[in-house]
Design a protein. Sequence first.
Length: 623
Amino acid sequence: MAPSSMSAEAPAVHFEILGPVSVRRGPEELVVAPAPRRAMLALLLARAGKAVTVAELIDLLWGQSPPVHAANLLHRHIGALRRQWEPELPNRSAGRWLLRQGDGYRMAVDRDTLDLLRFRDLVRRARTQDPPTALAMLADAVSFRRGAAGTNLDPGPRSHRSLGAIEREYGAVVDEFAALALGQGRAEAALPVVLAVAADHPHDERAQIRALRMLAACGRPAEAVARYDDIRRYLHDHLGVAPGSALRTAYATVLRQEIAGPTGSSATVAADPGDSAEPGNADPVLRPAQLPPRSPFYAGRDRLLEPVMRAVTADPDARIIALDGMPGIGKTTSAVHLAHDLAPDYPDGQLYLDLQGFGDEEPVTVEEALRDLISGLTDAPVPSTRREMKQLYAKVTNGRRVLIVLDNVRASDQLSDLLPGSFGCLTIVTSRCPLTDLRAGRGTHWSSLGLLTRAESRSCLVRHIGAHRAAEDPAALEAVIDRCGRLPLALTVVGIRAASFTGLPLSEVERELREVGESLDVLNGGIEHGGVRAVFESSYRLLSPPAARFFRFLSTVPGDELTSAAAGPEIGNRSAESLIAELLRTGLVQRRRSGRIGWHGLVKTYARELSTPAGSETGDRWR
């Protein structure tokens, strides 16, 4: 339902995201232009009624280089969108649809006004029905899609990440629909939507596998063989890769005619000769190799990681390695490096999954994570319920030696059901907060990553700028290290910046850092996932208003430590310990000793930025 304030005379407004982003007002389809407004609307609709922060919208439109008056320009876009849907809306009125919420905006949509929510509601209800009814309801649900989500957006907007999540969600429902259709001998009912998704995502091997199998099940193996040839050429010409083992396995089952046609019996799907299979399990067991590549600039963690690696190697019950530390300390880089070193001991495969605990989007749910992990280990259909997923996950990991990296965990409950029960598997977990309840478990080894030593910091910069350039001005090199506070992310940003200007003396790099003074501007760009301010902000925006105020208060504290008692009247009605605990969970501060917390100098700089009028304008941070 639309909000109750909508008058009976007002034309009904409907929003669509399952395909081109569009808005209908009564019978009229509205043109959402220019492109930045369309991208904003896409992100707001992809969140499906949840708030998008001002900072996220500014980042969506301008990335790391927003104009001086970005907040004002953003509000103009917001006003223009509102008036397009409600032409008679007075200036500065919020209207019915695009509402302010906290430090952001949300669309006031529900299942009657947004196709995505209508799709989700129908899928949810279908899962409670008998198979024939469920098949009919899922057929209705998948018909809502008019193409890949956001197909009318300009290339490259950051909203594409949310749209990719919608496409993965839709693909999982298509999996359910196809499996249900096959089970009822009605493969032809699912074939058109399966082929449509495969056509929209030629690089998605899972979509292509689904298409091959459905074609064969519909008695069209020749088309499946021709399709595989097309996929193979596409992957070679556009990505420079060969089909993966799961796609090869699906192709082999088509060639061996092991997928039943429309009047045949249930198929037996055999594994590719190159893959292993569990006794008694006909589904192919895959050996994933999902680890990201090692960073060519990795340096300085051997003193911390070698003891962990030795302990894990010596412990027959080793199951978990937990790495924690502040934002920018290098947890992901260290976890990937460690995983590559340990990979030979886990020949049944390596999985990698970013749980997005501190990213721009909502954290990955347990169900979404289980679906991705299972898909990496077996080509069997993924069940629809969490309980069934957990059972299948236990089955496909049992008796195998698999290495799993679960990156960017916000809290321990995000790991529920994701840690394999088999003692042959090892899971590496990274988080900004100490996952203390994991530490007490059997077979758990943990390390809190701290700052690099000076020698390690030098090594990090040398990998970027070269030994000769570093040796030309050792004093400037040491000064750069001091300005970066030995934080790996800051050193990486400066190293990339310096490497980009090969003729620039290192003393000029240091002078630039010195001249910006109490600002993170120079440290906030040049790498894929943003710079120092960006990672601090991803933690800060998770704080409650009292904790956010307390964090800004830290910028006024002399030094880099504080006791609970010293917080005094700054904490309001909440205890200092509860606010400190909230800050600890984001990694912005660390507990140094009983009753004391400490923070990095660049974190204090960020808190000071937030406490200025300019800081409060970009994201309404004065909460």
